[in-house]
Design a protein around this ligand. Sequence first.
Ligand code: FES
Length: 369
Amino acid sequence: MSAFNAQRITAMQWLSRQLLNQDVAGRYFDPLIEPLNPRWALGRMIATVERIEDETHDTRTFVLRPPRRWRGFLAGQHVTLALDINGVRHHRTFSLACAPETWQREGLIRITIKRTPEGLVTPWMHKNLYRGGALEISEAFGNFLLPDVEAPLLYIAGGSGITPILSHLESLACREYTAPITLIYCIRSAQDQIGAQQLEQLQHKLPLLNCQIIRADQGEGQPPRLLQASDIDSIKNIQARHCYLCGPTGLMAVATTLLETRDVPEEQVFQTFFAPLTNPLTDTAGGAVTLMRSNRELTVDSGQSLLEAAESAGLSPRFGCRMGICHQCSCRKTTGTVVNRNTGHVSGPGEETIQLCVSVPQGPVSLDL
Ligand code: FES
């Protein structure tokens, strides 16, 4: 974005804040427009569910048509969906499971979602989303991206961690990639394999793609088959590979150690994983927050992130994953201390960049927001 555009947007935001008390002017009119048709929303990006495909007993692919002004994505990126469930808004981040080239050609994207039985959002999506329905989608983000040059690749996926890798492989097939590619896909059982048909087709399109499916269920009385050293040692030229890992933390830890001990350079290893927020907050978290550019004062309690607090005050700060991964919510803190609720890290008292979605104030804080 040019400096001129950045300035113009800031001026527009300023005007919108003065006249409508909103960062994005369109949001002011959305409550009037959306009851007529949610797809006409000006301040939000609404995608249409074009179709729903069953992948496995607990996983479905939602084929969505984003609005025309959606900016597209790169292979391996993610989007955040916003869903209103029983009057409460929930945000969840999912990988795109298709190639950008498909979206450019057909205007459609694929999001493959496993139902987590103990969860709230994914069972709701499986039960309530329907063909023709509408849902809010963010712009794409993430840096789990293909290398700029043709290089031999190694993918290690576990369970639904295959989805951003399907996006990579489909994109590579569109580019007629000629370097060797190895995929090691770890699943519980044959019934749990996501993208089986897609992978079969990809093997025809990518002659140098070698797919190894590792099933944990080896049969009665056998210990589960997990990723092991011999799986990596059978790969030719491992130190030259760009390695992409996506799956449960246990698998990622094993894979990272195996690659490290085989001298694969750290800068050639990329991982992506959406972990829930785990660290409990200190009981001293919470405090008064001054939003300097908006000229607002908020009181934030220990259960609320700065992003949630700003949104409750009617502001619309930029965000992506809402989980501390993408840095799209980064903001300048000018004074005060914040706690990162993912890591428990306590910031310094001075000026620094923080992530609004995972930061909770510890006492008075001022933000350049
Ligand atoms: S929204 Fe992604 S890091 Fe905050």
